[in-house]
Write a protein that binds this ligand. Structure first.
Ligand code: HEC
Length: 265
């Protein structure tokens, strides 16, 4: 719950920061180029930029330390995480770049307040805000939803329409440890015993799969876990399993993987 609320705030606050950032950049560069005098709007925008960045930092730290969050999932096994884009991004790149950017915003604003000449105020803010803005723009996860729905519906997903018999567990075992379509192998995130890597260990998966979603057989549930992992997210884990396996695996491969997982009782 804490995670969802912080994520929502973090996600929406970004747009306020975006407005403050555009305002700051415009005023700073206009001041540099036109040699204007520093006025109250320059101060207001710079103060707002710095303040919003600080609030965003606090939200970010919360998201970073929440146990179910993506960052903590990434930290659990950094070696495996570096091969998974989302985990590398939220565990390392995004926090690092944003912390530097927030530092630069504060530096620019502090220098502007201390400077005696308007010319140096404009130069400090233009320089540091520009670098900070580039870092921020590069470290925003643009591929994720820009506007999050406030209420997420939790209707149980319909089972995928795949024939479930005839899978070959041995082929599935091989597939489980292979990189598939540029995605990391299942075994990068899932141990075959009950060790937690990024995702849950597979020990006993055949048994618990039958109980996960009412109305879904173990095989139905396993197919859905592969083709639509976001539809049911195991409690205590982040929704970071790649969503593209449904496109890169053919039906036979999915049947093989399911047959393999069904051997783990
Ligand atoms: C990047 C890491 C990652 C990869 C790669 C990955 N998974 Fe997952 N998987 C997760 C996480 C995290 C969860 C728990 C959250 C969820 O339910 O989505 C999960 C959940 C599951 C579950 C449900 C487990 C349960 O206890 O109910 C199954 C089944 C599963 N994955 C199978 C696979 C298979 C098969 C592959 C390879 C085709 C695979 N996963 C690849 C991270 C991954």
């Amino acid at each position: 719950m804490l995670y969802e609320i912080s994520l929502l705030l973090h996600s929406y606050l970004r747009w306020l920061i975006f407005i403050a950032m555009i305002g700051c950049l415009g005023l700073a560069w206009w001041g540099v180029l036109r040699q204007r005098t520093w006025g109250k709007w320059e101060s207001r925008f710079a103060a707002a930029f710095a303040m919003l960045a600080s609030i965003q930092f606090v939200m970010g730290v919360l998201l970073f330390i929440v146990p179910d969050g993506i960052a903590q999932a990434a930290l659990r096994d950094m070696g495996a995480s570096m091969r998974v884009r989302e985990l590398r991004f939220f565990g390392l790149e995004h926090p690092l770049q944003m912390v530097i950017a927030i530092g630069l915003v504060h530096l620019g604003w502090a220098r502007a307040r201390k400077a005696k000449l308007d010319r140096s105020r404009f130069r400090w803010t233009a320089g540091s805000f520009t670098v900070a803005s580039l870092l921020i723009l590069a470290a925003i996860p643009w591929w994720r939803p820009q506007v999050r729905p406030i209420v997420v519906s939790s209707a149980p997903p319909a089972p995928a329409a795949i024939a479930l018999t005839g899978g070959d567990a041995e082929r599935g075992a091989t597939l489980f440890t292979q990189s598939i379509g540029g995605q990391p192998a299942c075994s990068t995130c899932h141990a075959w015993d009950d060790t937690r890597i990024v995702g849950p260990g597979m020990a006993g998966i055949a048994t618990r799969a039958a109980e996960r979603v009412p109305g879904q057989s173990a095989a139905d549930y396993l197919v859905n876990s592969i083709v639509n992992p976001a539809a049911f997210v195991v409690e205590g884990y982040a929704n970071v399993m790649p969503a593209t396996f449904g496109q890169v695996l053919d039906e036979e491969q999915i049947r093989d993987l399911v047959a393999y997982m069904l051997t783990n009782r």
